[in-house]
Design a protein around this ligand. Structure first.
Ligand SMILES: Cc1ncc(COP(=O)(O)O)c(C=O)c1O
Length: 446
């Protein structure tokens, strides 16, 4: 490490990093520049970003077009209030572009600055909807164990990972967790003859009945669970979930903060199972990470309850940066790029190549499972393939060995995640496999 990098790292201690513990951020990579799928550090390393930042830089780094869109819009009008009585052209155009883009019948967008705000907005919208429907007792949210929904207070406790709760309780009332449909290790009760999809959907129905349908506002799910270890549900799960939500009058919130905008091989992931949500949360790849933008889309029926509200029932919710002019201009340009370069098709095609490559690594005794969809994959590390005993220590060693070989992944417990930019090419996909294989080799011999 150069003296300059050591000095940067020392100065970096003046900021508090996300999910902070002094040990976890002792020696950060100081990244100076990015181009395509590659990151360049202050001390001269060139690293293939196998995580597209935080699953978001779908268009890759260093895109002139996006920089220019931001520059042009900032010069013209960086920001104006989107509160009562004002609007701006980029937010008008982006909302128009997004109407019906993800799912038919979701024609209205409310903008936020990121995924946590989107989910917080989704929960408040669900409560609002039921109050307008004359059912103010419906306020609870059912989520899945292992899910990640962000870090506002409500998103924290919708999240089904206990380590995010530990230091921030007491929990706000009304967040309930059920088992996730994890095909590799289902933790719920499985009845004879039942599929995992059926069992996990039954868990939802039982939770609704246990809580009382007249108290449940919404169910939230990531179509493919991200931070929880890249879990792809069985094919029968989401159609059953949709039917149960309809049966009991529970709004279905799809958290597509990771899966939205082409990542899984469809523009939005519930399309894989022919299902659509009532509320959609998005963020991240809407701008490929070039600006801070997220949002929710709501069904026409939810929109209608806002149109017919009395003054005292106004939707008193909004952020300074809702509909930020520069961020929306970047979002529009990014969508143009993603359509032009046909990212859902690329994710399918290159995802197959990545999946085929990753599967060859199952010959290592510690690779228990390889799974994913489109261009998002999880490689689960176990100490014993029979017992499937989780081995986070080996996962961490592989992560570090890969980073030393110029490949960035993300260790999520005992699973290593891969979600490279969708602009990645064949040779770069092969580099991921080559470098990960070399990292696994080095861990095997040590
Ligand atoms: C599925 C999901 N929802 C919500 C969030 C929170 O988004 P943000 O970090 O932009 O607030 C994330 C972040 O990784 C996420 O993966």
């Amino acid at each position: 490490m150069t003296d300059q990098t050591t000095a940067w790292i020392e100065k970096d201690k003046k900021q508090l990093h996300p999910v902070y513990h002094p040990k976890s951020h002792a020696n950060p990579l100081v990244v100076e520049r990015g181009e395509g799928v590659w990151l360049y550090t202050a001390d001269g390393q060139k690293i293939l970003d196998g995580m597209a930042g935080l699953w978001n830089v779908n268009a890759g780094y260093g895109r002139e077009e996006l920089a220019k869109a931001a520059y042009d819009q900032m010069k013209e009008l960086a920001f104006t209030s989107n509160f009562s009585g004002m609007t701006n052209l980029p937010s008008i155009k982006l909302a128009e572009k997004l109407a019906g883009f993800a799912y038919e019948g979701l024609n209205t967008t409310f903008f936020t600055s990121g995924g946590s705000e989107s989910n917080d907005s989704a929960f408040k919208t669900a409560r609002y909807y039921w109050k307008r429907k004359g059912k103010p007792g419906k306020y609870k949210v059912i989520a899945r164990k292992g899910s990640y929904h962000g870090v506002t207070l409500t998103a924290t406790f919708a999240t089904g990972l206990e380590k995010y709760h530990a230091m921030f309780g007491p929990a706000p009332e009304g967040f309930v967790h059920i088992p996730a449909p994890n095909p590799y290790r289902y933790e719920g009760e499985l009845k004879p003859g039942e599929t995992i999809g059926q069992a996990a959907a039954r868990a939802l129905e039982e939770a609704i009945l246990h809580e009382g349908a007249d108290t449940v506002a919404a169910f939230i799910a990531e179509p493919v669970m991200g931070v929880g270890g890249v879990i792809v549900p069985p094919a029968d799960y989401f159609p059953l979930v949709r039917a149960i939500c309809d049966k009991y009058g529970v709004l279905f919130i799809a958290d597509e903060v990771i899966t939205g905008f082409g990542r899984t091989g469809e523009w939005f992931a519930l399309k894989h199972w022919g299902v659509k949500p009532d509320i959609l949360s998005f963020a991240k790849a809407i701008t490929s990470g070039y600006a801070q933008l997220g949002g929710i889309q709501i069904s026409d029926e939810i929109r209608e309850t806002m149109e017919t509200a009395t003054e005292s029932e106004a939707f008193m919710h909004g952020y300074t940066y809702s509909g930020h002019a520069m961020a929306c201009a970047v979002g529009l340009k990014n969508l143009e790029i993603m359509e032009r370069e046909n990212y859902p098709a690329r994710a399918k095609e290159l995802g197959k190549r990545l999946f085929d490559g990753l599967k060859t690594l199952t010959e290592f005794p510690f690779v228990g499972d390889v799974r994913g969809l489109g261009l998002v994959y999880g490689v689960e590390i176990v100490s014993n393939k029979e017992t499937k005993a989780a081995d986070p220590a080996t996962a961490m060693r592989i992560f570090k060995a890969a980073q030393e070989r110029g490949l960035r992944s993300r260790p999520l417990g005992n699973t290593l995640a891969f979600a490279p930019p969708l602009s990645i090419n064949e040779e770069e996909v092969d580099e991921i496999i080559k470098r990960l294989g070399a990292a696994m080799d080095s861990v095997s011999v040590n």
